[in-house]
Design a protein around this ligand. Structure first.
Ligand SMILES: Cc1ncc(COP(=O)(O)O)c(C=O)c1O
Length: 462
């Protein structure tokens, strides 16, 4: 009989599959193989560290029978911990922010975990914040907090399992290992084993453009699960031969491509890793074996990466020939730079900016450019500000966040002009997104000017 004694015993031992079609289409001679972490019981690579961290906590006396695990996580690590906890009789409490979708909360609850939701819009030292609540619950419940970002058993799980599996599955012929880096547990742990066996194996970290690992500030990007704004304990650059930065647009496009061309449904971070692996494979020869690790499934991203409306609205897909992007191009320099104010800027600053540039609306954005779409917190409108000041002249010195209007509706660069016109019925201006980032503000007069220019130029559709 071949019956596993528990689902925990099914963690690891994931298959390695050739990405033959991708390499044929790319016209590259190397072997590209994907380590399919989706076949772990929780559907991701995080089952491995979850198991290892719990087993180590038991050994170290940090987790007693019937004990509680508290971890701030919204993702795959939570699922892994919940599975192992269910098997071994522990309670799990996961702390998330209200930014996380209902699906993620329901998924963890489905495994019997308790989920505590905290407001995202409070400072990190506020007692209601995600961090503070996790701290308080750990203390109150005398719980074990795995803390995957600092726990050495996270990379160790991969040194003990992922590395040896890859060595065996390739009969020691693996030449390159490519993986996304978040906590760096996967890349560092696997690299430690592989480099020990053969120091010539090249280790390549795939990183979202904007993350610190590839030299960014930590923002903005949309790919989930990878990239950071700080260096976690497992970050070990001596082990990495290269860090390749990949844009959101390329990561998402690759996720869709691999799902369609190989029949392997992967998410944005999988797309990111494959995009980096193809870059590596372009420099590899016919005897090289490039292994790319796919951390989880595209199932968790159906409403974003695999939803055409979402992709188009964020400026990742092009729906037409003459779309919003053409209006933007026609405006030329005016769109070259996004005009914005920070939430803390005064109303006076906003009015000066609008007068200087002859515009009537500007978005209110947190941080500095380039912005993520999620960093847009509202908008200010010339007319509305004037009304405020007419009622109370001291409003001139208020921060705009006190008086701002809701965010402008968004339109993707690749969406139809007709769609933009529809939105302009109810809003004086729209925020144009390209590659997930705000590009500029679009008004009716921009579209009018565009049509005027086209007709004036004797367009064939005249
Ligand atoms: C969803 C997800 N979580 C996490 C990671 C990163 O793994 P680690 O935290 O081990 O660096 C990845 C890597 O691609 C990922 O896709």
């Amino acid at each position: 009989m071949n019956i596993a004694s528990s689902v925990s015993d099914l963690i690891g031992g994931t298959p390695l599959v050739r990405m033959k079609r991708t390499m044929e289409i790319e016209g590259l001679p190397a072997v590209l193989a994907m380590k399919m972490e989706t076949t772990n019981p929780g559907g991701s690579a995080k089952d491995r560290p979850a198991l290892e961290m719990i087993l180590a906590a038991e050994r170290d006396g940090l987790l007693e029978p019937g004990g509680t695990i508290v971890e701030p996580t919204s993702g795959n690590t939570g699922v892994g911990l919940a599975i192992v906890a269910a098997q071994r009789g522990y309670d799990c409490v996961f702390v998330m922010t209200d930014k996380n979708g209902a699906e993620k909360i329901d998924l963890l609850k489905a495994y019997g975990a308790e989920v505590v939701v905290c407001p995202v819009a409070v400072a990190p030292d506020d007692p209601r914040s995600y961090y503070k609540v996790a701290e308080r619950l750990t203390h109150e419940r005398n719980a074990f907090r795995p803390n995957q970002y600092a726990n050495p058993n996270n990379p160790l799980a991969h040194t003990k399992t992922t590395g040896p599996e890859l060595w065996e599955q390739t009969a020691g012929r693996i030449t390159h290992f490519v993986a996304g880096a978040g906590t760096c547990g996967t890349i560092t742990g696997t690299a430690r084993y592989l480099k020990e066996r053969n120091a010539d194996i090249r280790i390549v970290a795939a990183d979202p453009e904007g993350s610190v690992f590839s030299g960014g500030s930590g923002r903005p990007y949309l790919v989930e699960g990878v990239g950071e704004d700080f260096y976690p304990a497992a970050w070990d650059p001596d082990l990495y031969d290269e860090v390749i930065a990949v844009s959101d647009a390329d990561s998402f496009a690759m996720a869709r491509r691999v799902s369609q061309e190989e029949g392997i449904l992967i998410g944005g971070s999988g797309g990111l890793a494959v995009a980096a692996a193809i870059e590596v494979a372009k420099r590899a020869g016919p005897d090289d074996i490039v292994v790319v690790l796919n951390p989880d499934s595209g199932r968790g991203y159906l409403s974003r990466i695999f939803n055409d409306d979402w992709m188009a609205n964020f400026g990742f897909l092009t729906e037409c020939d003459q779309c919003v992007g053409a209006v933007v191009d026609a405006r030329g320099d005016a769109m070259a730079q996004l005009l914005y104010v920070n939430p803390s800027h005064t109303v006076r600053t906003a009015i000066d900016l609008m007068r200087e540039h002859g515009i009537s609306q500007v978005p209110v954005c947190k941080n500095t450019p380039p912005f993520a779409a999620a960093e847009v917190s509202g908008s200010v409108d010339e007319l509305e500000l004037m009304e405020q000041i007419a009622g109370d002249p001291s409003a001139m010195d208020l921060p705009v966040e006190r008086v701002m209007s809701p965010k402008l509706p968004t339109v993707g660069v690749g969406q139809k002009i007709e769609y933009a016109l529809e939105l302009l019925h109810t809003s004086p201006a729209l925020l144009v997104l390209a590659g997930g980032r705000p590009l500029g503000v679009l008004t009716r007069s921009d579209i009018l000017a565009y049509f005027d220019q086209r007709l004036g130029a004797g367009d064939a559709t005249r």
